[in-house]
Design a protein around this ligand. Structure first.
Ligand code: FAD
Length: 348
């Protein structure tokens, strides 16, 4: 494809990934975002724990989401290898855990996996000895399974590295610019050959989006070694623990139908941290070094939206699995750009 002038509204996860890839393909890319600079952490992409869980996310997604996720898992290593700064990316599976009385909740998810998983290896039940070998810090849960086709990415490192990589490729950033109007080939009256609308919640009212509040903690836990994400299956709470370099563990995430971005509540604090402690008791002496709240951009069906018309691509509704879906959606969006007909991907 000939080099195009491309405008991108939004410099969150999707905007950065698109900018980096489009500039790498030789296009002239300009990005607009209301943040004051590349390190301001307004986008949901910063807050995400970075679980890459195509299978476990079947609980709140569908088979299409799982397929996109499996594709993204294959794409992330190539993306990370091309970035100018290191990004911690692991593909060592995740461990599902359930306490004795919560076996029913676990069986529900395992049932979904056996009927809806579009591929990948089935969950492998783990004996207590196998759990001790894989994750010696885990004590307490009576039931455990290994999901092989899952991973994690360090979202803060990736947001920074994508911006740096896109900058190296000549992307023009316009920080402090809130876009009001996106039309085919046009952002706020400025003409481009093609434009992308990836403003997350900022794309309202063009799309019927809502924000879903999520809260996470960062714990500094010297000496507590976790090798892969842990997900506790509980009838009321879905709690995961994601290890990060620097002896950090991210504990998340609440899911609340509210657009309140005020600090984390007492109720979520108790639920998330007691659940984490019930799985890894050594966390008792961890220090709470950071907590963060953000809104997941979601559509009424909680499914992703990819709409390509000549001169305009909209991607949105990545909800609770943006890091899982973004590479595969961007791949589809770039292929669709070369076919100048209106096409809306169907992920139902
Ligand atoms: C607590 C929490 C935990 C999560 N955990 C995970 C996880 O473990 N795994 C996973 O895969 N996903 C996770 N997610 C989901 C993931 O973060 C989102 O799905 C993803 O960030 C959505 O990407 P996006 O680019 O559409 O939106 P965002 O990353 O929110 O970016 C949108 C950008 O658009 C900009 N913008 C807004 N209005 C305008 C405007 N008018 N003009 C220009 N720009 C505008 C914003 O400033 C922002 O930079 C989590 C999210 C939260 C909140």
């Amino acid at each position: 494809m000939a080099a195009l002038s491309i405008g991108v509204a939004g410099a969150g996860l999707l905007g950065r990934l698109l900018a980096w890839q489009l500039a790498g393909a030789g296009h002239r890319v300009t990005v607009f975002d209301p943040a004051t600079g590349p390190l301001e952490r307004g986008a949901a992409g910063w807050t995400a724990a970075g679980m890459l869980s195509p299978l476990a996310e079947l609980e709140c997604g569908n088979e299409a989401v799982a397929r996109l996720g499996l594709r993204s898992l294959a794409l992330w290593p190539h993306i990370v290898a091309g970035l100018p700064q290191p990004v911690d990316l692991r593909h060592q599976g995740s461990v599902l855990l359930a306490h004795g009385p919560d076996l029913g909740a676990a069986r529900r998810l395992l049932g979904l996996l056996s009927t809806k998983a579009p591929g990948g290896q089935p969950p492998e039940p783990l004996t207590p000895e196998q759990v001790r070998e894989l994750e010696p810090a885990v004590h307490g849960p009576a039931h455990a399974w290994l999901l092989h086709d899952e991973g994690q990415i360090h979202t803060v490192q990736a947001m920074q590295a994508l911006a740096a990589g896109a900058g190296d490729r000549g992307v023009q950033w316009h920080w402090g610019r809130s876009v009001r109007n996106v039309e085919p080939g046009c952002i706020d009256g400025q003409r481009y050959d093609w434009v992308f609308d990836v403003r997350g919640l900022g794309a309202r009212p063009s799309l019927p989006l809502r924000g879903v509040r999520g809260e996470v903690f960062w714990l500094h836990a010297p000496g507590v070694v976790l090798h892969r994400p842990l997900r506790l299956l509980h009838p009321r709470w879905r709690v995961y623990l994601v290890p990060r370099p620097g002896e950090l563990v991210v504990v998340g995430a609440s899911e609340i139908e509210s657009e309140d971005r005020s600090p984390i509540s007492l109720r979520s604090t108790l639920a998330l941290l007691s659940a984490a402690h019930s799985v890894v008791p050594e966390l008792a002496e961890a220090r709470v070094v950071h907590s963060e709240v953000n809104l997941r951009p979601a559509l009424p069906d909680n499914l992703p939206h990819l709409d390509v018309a000549p001169g305009l691509t909209r991607i949105n509704g990545l909800y609770r699995h943006g890091w899982l879906l973004a590479p595969a959606l961007v791949e589809q969006a770039l292929v669709a750009m070369e076919q100048p007909v209106h096409a809306e991907a169907d992920f139902a």
